[in-house]
Design a protein around this ligand. Structure first.
Ligand code: ADP
Ligand SMILES: O=C(O)[C@@H](O)C(=O)COP(=O)(O)O
Length: 426
């Protein structure tokens, strides 16, 4: 069956967030981890989200991986490809939103690309090109302290200009509120002015419905789950969805086994969720300096978890507050410390699975990518939503047998997220 929508996500939590949104808005969706092996049997779906781990890698590497995924999706019939980025526009002046968007656009024949990270359900809105996270401009939000890509500018036209070759313009809310024809007219004007990337404002879902309709008239777009919602609703309105195929119920057959939570996100929401989890589950706070010093801290964590896990879920967390993160980074470097901690948390996750964990929650985008890669999980079916942007996932074609996972974006979920997730995973 040809797919109606293809997507390439720049991290794995982002992929599950988008897959959740597409599912909720009427598209049967599967999430693959990279380009799947041809032998992997995927269900009949309307949309495929290819998860890549390319948010924080050098731009040429991100472009190569995304371009291969785009070719694979087009071969499967995708008429439109959404490059799924973070709703907080996580990137640096080196990329990777600009370089990947420009490469995918060129592969699709050029033209102007709609770009919007708006995701109103989680409080991400864009007005006059400025991104707000809840009530705060991006540069005043907790994203200013992100361990890998601290965000210091809320003006996305400026942010994207710094990481792109082409000219960046703005489709403002006035045009969007006036409806599709006004947006088409604005796009034509920008095109005539030589603009190739257009940041689009969006505050309400109706803005994203308009943008989804327009984006679908082009070969590709770049955005977060809000644009996914707009595209999914436009596809459903077009009447091209057939009955049958994978459902969220298919993802929910119980898997049994033990359960655990591994956290590497240092986001404000995750730090709070860990504090709350401490009231009801054993939580091990890893010592990041010891993690970087050698394997002893990993071995100690596995032994700690092994002593407790048979009687209930355990939490192992590298997460730390911004001051602690900065101190570690000044000693070891930002990328080196981030990478070493991701490796450590992924080893711990894999060892826990070896010891019988079948239900696993991972907090953090990069952290989830490293853990899922180490577990070599090929793909996921999408189950019900735990919190906006976070579904229950069921593995497809997993060598260790079926597992349930939740990959939580750092900033997503209420303060009782971990208990809420496990309560939905049986
Ligand atoms: N204590 C710590 N000090 C420094 N870096 C850390 C610490 N704990 C985790 N990290 C790193 O911070 C990064 C968090 O990114 P990520 O997992 O994507 O979380 P989020 O979803 O919150 O962005 C990862 O690279 C992780 O390894
Ligand atoms: O769009 C979003 O906010 C999320 O889907 C996402 O990509 C978050 O990234 P992480 O916080 O790094 O998981």
């Amino acid at each position: 069956m040809a797919i109606l929508l293809g997507s390439i996500a720049d991290d794995y939590t982002g992929a599950s967030d988008l897959a959740n949104t597409l599912t909720k808005n009427g598209l049967r969706t599967v999430q693959t981890v990279g380009i799947p092996d041809p032998s992997l049997a995927l269900p009949d779906v309307d949309a495929v989200v290819v998860s890549l781990k390319i948010r924080s890698v050098p731009a040429p590497e991100a472009v190569t991986a995304a371009s291969s995924a785009e070719r694979w999706l087009r071969q499967r019939g995708a008429g439109h490809v959404l490059y799924k980025i973070c709703s907080t526009f996580d990137s640096t002046d080196a990329g990777n939103i600009g370089p990947v968007t420009e490469a995918l656009s060129e592969a699709a024949g050029g033209g102007i690309v709609l770009v919007t990270p708006a995701f109103p359900e989680t409080g991400r809105t864009v007005y006059l090109g400025h991104l707000f996270v809840g009530g705060q401009p991006l540069n005043e939000s907790p994203l200013k302290d992100h361990p890998l890509n601290p965000m210091h500018d809320a003006n996305l036209v400026r942010v994207l200009t710094r990481q792109s070759h082409g000219a960046v313009g703005l489709i403002d809310l006035t045009a969007i509120a006036a409806g599709p024809d006004a947006v088409r007219a604005r796009l034509d004007a920008l095109r005539t002015a030589g603009v190739t990337l257009a940041i689009a404002d969006a505050i309400f879902e109706r803005d994203l419905e308009t943008l989804g309709e327009i984006a679908l008239e082009t070969p590709m777009s770049t955005g977060a789950s809000g644009l996914g919602l707009g595209l999914a609703r436009a596809i459903v309105r077009s009447g091209r969805i057939s009955a049958g195929g994978a459902t969220t119920a298919d993802a929910m057959r119980p898997v049994g086994g033990l359960s655990a939570i591994v956290a590497g996100s240092c986001s404000k929401a995750t730090l709070r969720q860990l504090d709350v989890a401490e009231r009801s589950m054993p939580v091990l706070r890893l010592d990041p300096e010891r993690l970087l010093a050698g394997p002893d801290e990993i071995a100690a964590a596995i032994s700690w978890a092994g002593d407790r896990i048979a009687t209930g879920p355990v939490v192992v967390a590298a997460s730390a507050a911004p001051e602690t993160v900065s101190r570690l980074q000044s000693l070891y470097g930002r990328e080196a410390s981030g990478h070493a901690i991701e490796t450590a948390t992924s080893i711990i996750a894999a060892e826990l699975v070896e010891r019988g964990v079948k239900r696993l929650v991972v907090a953090g985008g990069e952290t989830s990518g490293a853990a899922v890669d180490r577990l070599a999980i090929p793909a996921f079916l999408i189950g019900p939503e735990i919190a906006p942007g976070v579904p229950v996932l069921r593995t497809v074609g997993n060598a260790q047998g079926d597992m349930l996972l939740a990959l939580k974006s750092g900033n997503f979920g209420g303060e009782d997220f971990f208990a809420a997730a496990l309560a939905m995973m049986h």
